[in-house]
Design a binder for this molecule. Structure first.
Ligand code: SF4
Length: 371
């Protein structure tokens, strides 16, 4: 069982907080599609021992490529590997989801759209420099549901330096009223190379108080639960049947192949990744030398142990220590007992997990248990 991730490094506009790998220079779109197809054709023969179950187009904003290019890339993947496709997700900007485009995506077999909304508030959208205007996200979601998409996810952000006091409550309530079965909700982090990072360093903005962020997290947990969502991973919430299978397989340690600039792959005890540069990626794809720009890391037992904790403790199921032991040869250490005494961890049905109330401190709790 494996997953395939295709990274599309283009966005129509740069959001003020984002340091993902993307460019707003769209002139290389056709060359990039050719390069992605070439990488698939060269890599997939090495994955003949695997059956792919999930396909995920992420970015950037994959929807800027349009349906024909997405279909070409996907057909290349389907032709060159063994598939039992359970879930095909496309990340999309609301602006790119007109009714005709939605029908095309549905017809080609996409099951799930992950729509970058971030907020429904006009002032917040302006500060974020989001390309979509007020009301566009709601229309796109309604149209997608009408078109037959049963699985729709929206991304939202909290911990913002802007927005009136009730903004976060209104955003959650609005999202829960819409026909979506999945929410991905992230705390805004200030990255130095972004507009927000510059605003902070120049003193034009202040990061919100930690207390406010924790209170927004509690509000999110409470309102999403009332609306029938299960909090199944630190940042992810699903209605019954709405969990992201592709992302779940990352958290479960399933092999995955990442295609495109900056994309990571994982198989056996090895992880590798492409250069985070469109120019490098395109140059090597054209010369047939993509392997030369890849970096590789062998994961020893301690690295695999730490990875099992980092991914497993982000989930409501937590980790099964016997599975971690069989995969890595390493057992949990004394730190677990101390974490349980502090209330940072708990045992549920033989599995170790971080309680929902402690997830905001999850990274530091996990760090204390690592090798
Ligand atoms: S948040 Fe999404 S749409 Fe905005 S710049 Fe980053 S990848 Fe592009």
């Amino acid at each position: 069982m494996a997953g395939l991730y295709v990274h599309v490094p283009f966005c129509a506009q740069a959001c003020s907080y984002c340091d993902f790998h993307f460019t707003t220079q769209l002139s290389d779109r056709d060359a990039m599609v050719n390069a992605l197809v070439a990488e698939l054709e060269s890599m997939l023969p090495e994955w003949r021992d695997q059956t792919f179950h999930t396909l995920y187009f992420g970015g950037g904003t994959p929807s800027v490529l349009g349906p024909e290019a997405i279909e070409r890339i996907a057909q290349t993947a389907f032709k060159n590997a063994h598939w039992e496709l359970e879930e095909w997700t496309l990340e999309a900007n609301p602006e790119d989801l007109g009714p005709a485009v939605l029908q095309h995506y549905r017809k080609m077999g996409i099951h799930r759209l992950s729509i970058g909304v971030q907020s429904f508030d006009p002032d917040v959208l302006v500060w974020m420099k989001r390309i979509h205007g007020v009301g566009r996200a709601e229309t796109a979601i309604e149209d997608a549901a009408q078109c037959g998409f049963d699985h729709l996810s929206v991304d939202l952000m909290y911990g913002l330096p802007v927005g009136f006091e009730k903004r976060w409550i209104q955003d959650i309530e609005k999202a829960c009223e819409l026909p979506v079965d999945h929410l991905s909700c992230y705390i805004l982090t200030a990255e130095p190379r972004t507009l927000y990072g510059h605003q902070l360093s120049k003193g034009e903005r202040k990061e919100p108080e930690e207390e406010r962020v924790v209170s927004e997290y509690s509000t999110l947990c409470e309102l999403s639960r009332k609306a029938g969502f299960e909090h199944y991973e630190v940042s992810n919430f699903a209605r019954p049947g709405g969990r992201s299978r592709h992302n779940s397989s990352y958290w479960e340690g399933t092999p995955y192949l990442g295609i495109g600039p900056g994309a990571h792959s994982y198989k056996g005890h090895t992880r590798w990744w492409n250069a985070r540069s469109n120019a490098q990626y395109l140059k090597h794809a054209a010369k047939g030398t993509l392997k030369e720009q890849r970096e590789t890391e062998h994961l020893d037992a301690a690295a695999r142990f730490n990875e099992s904790l980092i991914t497993g403790l982000r989930r409501t199921e937590g980790i099964d220590p016997s599975v971690v032991l069989s995969r890595t040869g390493l057992a949990l250490n004394q730190g677990v007992n101390d974490a349980i005494i502090r209330g940072d961890c708990e045992w549920v049905n033989g599995r170790l997990r971080i309680p929902e109330s402690r997830w905001p401190m999850g990274d530091s709790i996990t760090l204390g248990l690592m090798r």
